[in-house]
Design a protein. Structure first.
Length: 203
């Protein structure tokens, strides 16, 4: 209950403080990328319950001759890369925190299609609300393997505390300023999770 109260107060205050930034980013996205301004997608939250997550749009909607979206690397512009490296694309997530779908700190919400691919251990990341930032994000972010990320997520579930959350937020600020660990090596974004090696061996 204390964490939820802190999330709520901090998110409301945060939105008020960054309101000028939100307005500027909104205008720039409209000019450089067009509509829609926001990217929304269903993501699993606490206990795997789906919610609609909001981010600032950072990619174009370009498609190939078959009407399929082009790969991320071709749709991610320099402006979009800047939004991601500065974590400005995550600011609308404060609305999700206010709604109670997310927390400021917790495992990052991933795609619903990953749910049946998790091991029992990995699925424990859904025992808490997902976060705008998390233990995995400040310990390597997209440079980590999926297995490493999930291990860090579960470690957070088992060790969460107010002091740890404060530490993660301070480390996040440092990462954002230094713009480290944004992308996986050789990829514009993180490659999709297809199941852990142990699961594949069992199958």
């Amino acid at each position: 209950m204390l964490k939820r109260l802190i999330d709520l107060l901090a998110s409301i205050c945060g939105l008020l403080v960054v309101l000028p930034v939100l307005i500027v980013v909104t205008v720039l996205i409209r000019i450089k990328l067009g509509s829609p301004i926001l990217f929304s997608q269903l993501r699993p939250g606490k206990n795997g319950k789906l919610f609609r997550m909001y981010k600032f749009r950072s990619m174009t909607s370009e498609t190939d001759e078959h009407g399929e979206l082009l790969p991320d690397a071709q749709r991610l512009t320099k402006f979009g890369q800047f939004l991601r490296s500065a974590s400005l694309d995550e600011l609308p997530g404060l609305l999700n925190v206010i709604k109670g779908d997310m927390s400021l700190v917790g495992p990052r919400p991933l795609l619903p299609e990953y749910l049946p691919l998790y091991s029992e251990h990995q699925a424990r990341r859904h025992e808490v609300r997902p976060g705008i930032t998390g233990w995995a994000q400040v310990n390597g972010r997209n440079t980590l393997s999926w297995e490493q990320k999930f291990d860090l997520d579960v470690w957070y579930v088992d060790n969460q505390s107010l002091l740890l959350d404060i530490k993660i937020i301070l480390m996040t600020v440092q990462k954002v300023i230094r713009r480290k660990d944004i992308n996986q090596q050789g990829e514009a974004t993180m490659t999709k999770f297809t199941g852990s090696d142990s699961q594949k061996d069992d199958n």
